[in-house]
Design a protein around this ligand. Structure first.
Ligand code: ACM
Length: 263
C-alpha cells in the first residue's frame, strides 16, 4: 500500500484557504492513506477561547468535511485530518479518519500541550484503531508522542500504522518516533506543519516540519525538510507490522510483563 503526508503551513483563521490546499493535495495524491497536520483548517496559536469556538467544526455536520467527503468519492484513498472539534458543549483537538464511504472515526487528543490546555478539553475517546481493509489505523495527535503509552496502546489494539497529525515546535519528536516504531513494531506517519505563527503579542511559534514515515524496524523511510511544503508518498509492506517476533525466543508484545508495570 502507499502512504503519505502533506506538510504545509495553514494560514491562521483562513479555513477556506486551508481547505483549498488540502483538497489540492487530495486530488494530486495517488495512494491509499494520506495524513494531514494537526489543526489543519484553523491554524494553531489561538489567543482566546472565542476564537477556537468560531473556527471549530462539528464532526457530523461541518461543510468542510462534506467537501472532503465529496473529494474522496469514487477513490480508494483514506485521509486523516487534524481539526478543532466542537462537540457536546466542549472543544477538542481532534483527528478524523475518512474514507470513500464517509467518516470512519474521530480521535480526541489525550495529552494537551502548553496553552492548548486553556482552550481544549482532554480527549475522552481513548486511543482507537480502525480497520480500513488494507491496514489497521491507529490515531494519535502531536504531543501524544511524549507519552509512550499512546503508541503502545494503539499497538496492543492491533494498529499497523500510527497516523500522527502534528504541529511540532520542540525538536525531539522526529527522532523519538524511531523508538516508538521500533518498540511497538509499527509504521508511523507523522504529518507536521511548517511556518511561523505570532499572534496577539505572544512568543512566536516556529513549526519544525520534518514530517516523516518510519518503519517497524525503526528505519526512517523518508523525512521532509524543515521549512518546505511537501506532498509525499511511499510504498510500505504492511505485513512487516504484523511480525512481532524479534528472534526465535522473543515476541515483542507477548513477552510484556504487565504485572510488573504497576506502581
Ligand atoms: C503539540 O502537541 N502541538 C506540540
Amino acid at each position: 500500500m502507499k502512504v503519505g503526508f502533506f506538510q504545509f503551513a495553514p494560514k491562521f483563521g483562513e479555513i477556506q484557504h486551508n481547505l483549498n490546499a488540502i483538497l489540492k493535495a487530495i486530488e494530486e495524491f495517488s495512494g491509499d492513506l494520506l495524513v494531514f497536520p494537526e489543526l489543519a483548517f484553523s491554524g494553531y496559536q489561538f489567543v482566546g477561547k472565542a476564537e477556537v469556538e468560531e473556527l471549530a467544526q462539528d464532526a457530523g455536520s461541518s461543510r468542510v468535511f462534506q467537501t472532503i467527503q465529496e473529494a474522496l468519492h469514487g477513490r480508494s484513498l483514506h485521509v486523516v485530518l487534524g481539526f478543532a472539534e466542537r462537540a457536546d458543549g466542549c472543544l477538542y483537538n481532534s483527528a478524523m479518519l475518512l474514507g470513500p464511504r464517509g467518516p470512519i472515526g474521530t480521535y480526541r487528543k489525550t495529552h494537551l500541550f502548553f496553552e492548548e490546555t486553556f482552550w481544549f478539553a482532554p480527549g475522552n475517546t481513548g486511543f482507537q484503531v480502525w480497520d480500513i481493509g488494507v491496514a489497521k489505523i491507529g490515531l494519535m495527535v502531536c504531543f501524544d508522542w511524549f507519552y509512550p503509552e499512546s503508541a503502545r496502546t494503539l499497538a496492543l489494539k492491533g494498529a499497523d500504522i500510527l497516523c500522527h497529525p502534528s504541529n511540532l515546535v520542540l525538536p525531539y519528536c522526529p527522532d523519538a518516533m524511531v523508538t516508538r516504531c521500533l518498540e511497538n513494531g509499527v509504521f508511523a506517519v507523522t504529518a507536521n506543519r511548517i511556518g511561523l505563527e505570532e499572534r496577539g503579542g505572544k512568543s512566536p511559534l516556529r513549526f519544525i516540519g520534518m514530517s516523516e514515515i518510519v518503519a517497524p524496524n525503526g528505519r526512517i523511510l523518508y523525512r521532509a525538510q524543515e521549512s518546505d511544503s511537501q506532498l509525499y508518498g511511499c510504498d510500505i509492506d504492511v505485513t512487516q507490522a504484523r511480525k512481532k517476533r524479534i528472534n526465535p525466543y522473543n515476541d515483542l508484545l507477548k513477552d510484556r510483563q504487565p504485572q510488573w508495570y504497576k506502581w
